[in-house]
Design a protein around this ligand. Structure first.
Ligand SMILES: [Zn+2]
Length: 134
């Protein structure tokens, strides 16, 4: 996993001035794998604890996609809102954002390996990319 979604959420929360909290819960298997609770002072992403790390990363990035989509559209809820159901357009937007983030992280890792760059990252660059040790 070239990307650490927890670090991404932490950095994005700092950047936007509203923290993004991650909570792993044992969710019912017949329901959604993730949920988003938006409150005025924070967003909380709840994700299934009983699944693989890769699936958890995808769930978190998908919910993060919803946050980014409504930030970009200026549609962040002003009151507390539990979001588990979205329109098809919302789901498409969240999925495209999640996939784009993951693809860019994978490409960055592959490029680094392809060019045989063994030098360690500059800490400032590495931290901004929120890449995980592989
Ligand atoms: Zn969704």
């Amino acid at each position: 996993m070239p990307l650490d979604p927890a670090v991404l959420c932490e950095r994005l929360g700092e950047f936007r001035g509203t923290p993004i909290r991650l909570m792993a819960w044992e969710l019912p298997t017949d329901g959604p794998f993730g949920m988003l609770i938006s409150r005025p002072h924070e967003d909380a992403i709840i994700y299934q604890s009983h699944t693989t790390k890769a699936h958890q990363a995808h769930i978190v990035l998908h919910e993060l996609g919803h946050i980014i989509a409504y930030d970009l559209a200026g549609e962040r809820p002003v009151a507390t809102q539990l979001r588990t159901c979205y329109s098809d357009r919302d789901e498409r937007d969240a999925e495209v954002i999640a996939s784009t983030i993951m693809c860019q992280a994978i490409l960055a890792t592959r490029r680094t390996k392809r060019y045989g760059i063994d030098e360690p990252w500059r800490p400032s660059v590495y931290n901004s990319l929120v890449l995980a040790e592989s």
